[in-house]
Design a protein around this ligand. Structure first.
Ligand SMILES: [Fe+2]
Length: 301
């Protein structure tokens, strides 16, 4: 149908128009039905962008772990130490490519459709995962700590850039389709989807490098142990609604020059325009208050 500038969906109209422009309607339908979706690489960014992201993460890996891994090593390399997964939090500021990934139109359209026009980044994280039989991520939800009943609308969304080939042998994500409607997080006896005796069955999400795998904060998921040689690399962007507490304190962590070089949309996405915390020494931000109030009128605010 033709979209209109309808008053009762004032916040949703531009967000939905952007979803349609980017050919993402199938993705939001899949997400609504199953609690997750996959967006193919060609819709997301040119191939060169995925390569830049991958190289930037390998540079962070070298800086923080001391181990040099090149793209050519990825099929055979492993990780030092005992941990099967290296986790790198707080990537904004490490390389401008992470700022570009945040401003990617597909990312912002999906984040805003799911978490409202004021959706904020909670953190950008990279995982580097090696061959190891140890189950690292049993079933869980990404908004752990939210008491049941979990809301039917999204408060948190995970947008994961798969930057190496996602297959079950490569340790891809495991999803429980439809679990975003269960209303609670997995109980301990439900977590082990790798056990044949476990009560909950998951499916592997296999996709090409450069794809986005997107799921909600209430969708039950985990990941398969990597049984193949080499490393799995991804970038995880977690978004939350504007009334929630992000993982990072971007207000105090991001240098002004990074905000200035990216402009107002970036500032909004890292929460610099959100109402909270209110600074008692500054004039009350009426514009932020009005944005916050409109967010209370519908799930797209
Ligand atoms: Fe997770």
């Amino acid at each position: 149908m033709e979209l209109g500038n309808w008053e009762s969906t004032a916040d949703l109209n531009p967000i939905y128009a952007e979803i349609r422009r980017l050919d993402l309607e199938r993705c939001i339908a899949e997400f609504d039905a199953f609690g997750f979706t996959v967006i193919e690489p060609d819709k997301v960014a040119p191939r060169g962008f995925h390569d830049r992201l991958l190289k930037a993460i390998l540079t962070v890996h070298e800086r923080r772990s001391g181990q040099r891994v090149t793209v050519d090593d990825l099929a055979t390399a492993s990780l030092p130490g005992d941990r099967p997964v290296a986790t790198y939090w707080s990537l904004i500021g490490e390389d401008p490519v992470f700022e570009e990934a945040l401003l990617n139109p597909v990312v912002t359209a999906m984040a805003r459709y799911m978490c409202g026009k004021n959706a904020m980044l909670s953190d950008s994280i990279a995982l580097v995962k090696r061959r190891d039989d140890t189950p690292t991520h049993l079933l869980h939800i990404d908004q752990a700590g939210t008491p049941p009943p979990l809301p039917a609308y999204q408060q948190v969304i995970n947008i994961t850039w798969a930057l190496t080939d996602y297959t079950r042998a490569n340790g891809c994500v495991a999803m429980v389709p439809g679990s975003h409607r269960f209303g609670h997080m997995p109980m301990p006896y439900e977590e082990n989807f790798l056990s044949n005796e476990g009560p909950v069955k998951a499916i592997p999400v296999e996709c090409a490098p450069g794809s986005l795998v997107i799921w909600g904060g209430t969708t039950w998921h985990g990941s398969y142990p990597r049984t193949a040689d080499g490393l799995r690399v991804n970038l995880i962007q977690v978004f939350c609604r504007s009334y929630m507490k992000p993982v990072r304190d971007f207000r105090n962590e991001i240098p002004k020059e990074i905000v200035d070089r990216n402009g107002p949309e970036f500032a909004q996405l890292i929460g610099l325009k959100s109402l909270y915390p209110i600074d008692k020494d500054k004039p009350f931000d009426m514009e932020a208050r009005n944005r916050f109030l409109s967010a209370g009128l519908n799930q797209w605010g």
